[in-house]
Design a protein around this ligand. Structure first.
Ligand code: PEP
Ligand code: MG
Length: 563
């Protein structure tokens, strides 16, 4: 038995089970050349790999059309001809021949103007990986084929990885890299699955199919636990589940302090399933619909119609309020069907609103879909990562065009739809008074705001200790944003993870935050704190915290708070 420890837990809870270790290091092809006498044997290896891939894909094709398309592609005679030619004429070994042939196919698809054909390059890359696994004798399934309950162990998990997994089979996550606001942490919290990130030594210590306990309530990964420990954890898990259930009962009560200040406590969601879960819990609104997951879990840019159906259903499910954030792709979020140029600093690169303003047709399809959904509930639009008024005005002018088009087409929408921006860059904080005059609401994105204000990568384990939203610079930014918003009479919310941090609740309440939006699982706890607090006392406490000089001082002031 061995225990690995982490300081901060990404998503609380317990899991016990076998591991699935995500192994991506060894899919590179061998590069040696063969001799002419070996060509038949290499071609036979290719045929065997195609046979194996075909058998796998035949089973998978029953579950998804994507795999049916892969099945057709893997059997394509042109693919065979390309590989055989490289083996025979260029004496490439079979792995190298597959690598080069699939790369040529992908490049052809990539260069096509037709969006549908462009998207086929992602399919060919998947086929390449499948063939390579077979040629290398790697028997472990790909992420998308996990079909047993497992604890997912990885060096890191990108949003694109998690969008491939059938999450019904995931008991919990443990990663060697990543911080508590990296996307795997956010996804785990949304799903209410236990997760530990930044676990040092994880990849060295844990093998595929090991049995382990993930204690994400106390920041421990316990490898090969003995029977006594297993029994102890069964009890802990049950207690945790009961406590959670008791708290859950509070979910639908109003978030009103003992002296009568009411705030909104909403959920962050990534798809319709999350919206349904939030509605079932009695959560009245959605403060952040991360629309990019709709794009990531797809084989093409979702059409206006496809998006409209999702947004409309979400609007009907939560009539109080639904804030849809326009596409926030880039950074660590990529699309399987779109090639992003490699960037040295992707988080400072082509991301979020910058992409929407450039891919205007993609943006228009989304805005039209949101506008159309606004006829079915109280829908609001929110732009991510704004740094300038010009961006906001440009986005709004595209929005106006969409409204005019819909009016001309006689399609109903809410003509007074509210438009807000995420405040998650230092530029937007410094110019906050200007922005307040042009928008209907602010939502503070502390995940990015913290990384940009402190110049600390939100996913970098090495500097995870420096990533702290209680830093006075972040706390003072939050205060400025709320003050500027209120001066112009607009509502200020927060949809960064800080809104669901129980240690921050008094501070945010006292600073006057109007809306707290977080993963659904955290709402009951935050409501419970708010319902047992005096707003006047929270204000006094927040005033002191804002005046603090150090992060520790801020934390000490908050932890000594007495209601
Ligand atoms: C944020 O930055 O706080 C936020 C909510 O957006 P995301 O985590 O999706 O970048
Ligand atoms: Mg953000």
């Amino acid at each position: 038995m061995k225990t690995l420890l982490v300081e901060k837990t990404a998503s609380s809870g317990f899991a016990m089970g076998r591991t699935f270790v995500v192994n991506r290091s060894n899919l590179n092809p061998d590069t040696y050349r063969i001799e002419a006498k070996d060509t038949d044997a290499e071609i036979a290896k290719y045929q065997k790999a195609v046979q194996e891939a075909t058998a796998q894909l035949e089973a998978l094709a029953k579950t998804s059309d994507i795999f049916a398309a892969h099945l057709e592609m893997v059997q394509d005679p042109a693919l065979y001809a390309g590989v055989a030619d490289k083996i025979i004429s260029e004496l490439q070994n079979v792995q190298l021949a597959v690598e080069n042939t699939t790369a040529e196919f992908a490049a052809i698809f990539d260069s096509m103007d037709d969006e549908y054909m462009k998207e086929r390059s992602a399919d060919i890359r998947d086929i390449r990986n499948r063939l390579m696994r077979s040629l290398k004798g790697i028997t472990q399934d790909a992420l998308e084929e996990i079909h047993d309950k497992v604890i997912l162990v990885a060096e890191d998990l990108t949003p694109s990885d998690t969008s491939k997994i059938n999450l019904d089979f995931v008991l919990g996550f443990a990663t060697e890299l990543g911080g508590v606001t990296s996307h795997v942490s956010i996804i785990a919290r949304n799903l209410e699955l236990p997760a530990l990130v930044g676990v040092k030594g994880l990849m060295e210590e844990v093998k595929n199919d090991d049995f382990l306990i993930l204690d994400a309530a106390n920041g421990k990964v316990i490898l090969q636990p003995d029977e006594e420990t297993i029994q102890k954890y069964k009890v802990l898990e049950e207690d945790y589940r009961k406590r959670k259930e008791e708290l859950e009962a509070l979910s639908s009560l109003p978030a009103t302090t003992i002296d009568g200040r009411s705030v909104k406590v909403y959920a962050n969601v990534g798809n319709l399933e999350d919206v349904k879960k939030a509605a079932d819990r009695g959560i009245e609104g959605i403060g952040l619909f991360r629309s990019e997951f709709l794009y990531m879990k797809n084989t093409h840019f979702p059409t206006e119609e496809e998006q409209f159906e999702v947004y409309k259903e979400a609007a009907i499910l939560c009539p109080k309020e639904l804030i849809i954030r326009t596409l926030d792709i880039g950074g660590d979020k990529s699309l399987p069907y779109y090639t992003f140029e490699r960037e040295d600093n992707p988080f400072l690169g082509w991301r979020a609103i910058r992409i929407s303003l450039e891919l205007e047709n993609v943006f228009k399809a989304q805005l039209r879909a949101i506008l159309r959904a606004s006829a079915f509930g109280k829908v609001k639009i929110m732009y991510p990562m704004i740094i300038s008024l010009e961006e906001l005005l440009k986005a709004n002018s595209i929005l106006s065009t969409c409204k005019n088009e819909l009016t001309a087409e006689n399609i109903p929408f809410d003509s007074n739809i509210k438009v807000g921006i995420m405040i998650e860059t230092p530029a937007s904080v410094l110019c906050i008074e200007n922005f307040a005059k042009y928008v209907d609401f602010f939502s503070i994105g502390t995940n990015d705001l913290t990384q940009y204000v402190l110049a600390v990568d939100r996913g970098n384990k090495k500097i995870a200790k420096l990533y702290d939203s209680f830093h006075p610079a972040v706390v003072q930014s939050i205060q400025r944003i709320i003050e500027a918003g209120h001066k112009e009479g607009i509502e200020v919310g927060m949809c960064g993870e800080f809104a669901g941090d129980e240690n921050a609740a008094i501070l945010l309440l006292g600073l006057g935050l109007d809306e707290f939006s977080m993963s659904a699982g955290a709402t009951a706890n935050i409501k419970n704190i708010i319902r047992n607090t005096s707003y006047e006392k929270a204000k006094e406490c927040a005033e002191k915290a804002v005046a603090a000089f150090t992060t520790q001082e801020v934390k000490d002031i908050l932890s000594s708070f007495k209601k």
